[in-house]
Design a protein around this ligand. Sequence first.
Ligand SMILES: [Zn+2]
Length: 269
Amino acid sequence: MSWLSNLFKKDTPKVSASINNVSRPIITKPFNTEKKIELVSFGGELPPAVVIGEIKRKVPAYYKNLYVILDNGHGEDTPGKRSPDGKFREYKYARLIVQMLADELEKLSIPYSILVPETKDISLSERVSRANKIHNEQHKKGKTVILLSIHCNAAGNGEWKNARGWSAWTSRGVTESDTIASCLYEAAHEILDPKKIQIRKDMSDGDEDWESNFYIIYKSSMPAVLTENFFQDNKLDVEYLNSDEGKRDIVNIHLNGIRKYIELKFNKK
Ligand SMILES: [Zn+2]
């Protein structure tokens, strides 16, 4: 605990800001003084990036209200699901993104679980039963549970193709999943539009997300969105997927989408 206290002491001058317009002395108690610290009002804006050591003070308490189930698509033994040259594997990539995203959720104290820690393929029915079990348990603890299933798209069956871009899918009809998908799309636009990277939309039902009753999002009991993160059979998309920038962008689309949803749902200011 002592290194944490030291970390905290180092930045204490930053929290000497006035509370209720009364100037307070610098807080010297280490770390678990959450209640005494005024949370910043973020309005429509997302909180600034969190730096280790400042986490407990900067993250609003309502970030803990959401519980995120992270599903990484497929397994090492799933046929197909790779680039035509076999170098890019969807199961591996989805697991990398899920792990990177989980690390970011951890920093923000957003509870989560990784639905498939194994590398082999776990059947869809088993995934759904795991997810529903987590949903039940967390629902009892008062959490709002959502599921994100992370995939990479493919346009063909083993040859390089031209289709490119990012998209998100919900089950058919208007549900809470559409609200989450809209948050993800908003985040995707913020990150990808300035770089002129393609976002694929289906406006036929009035919103951008695509709709299909994919098993995992249709059969699971919580609001769920499946993201298709670019095309594993497009050379330029694969190059982007493999770049540090591409990985970071994909993680941030999900992370910022989650944060937007949290703000929308729980920030009652
Ligand atoms: Zn997939």
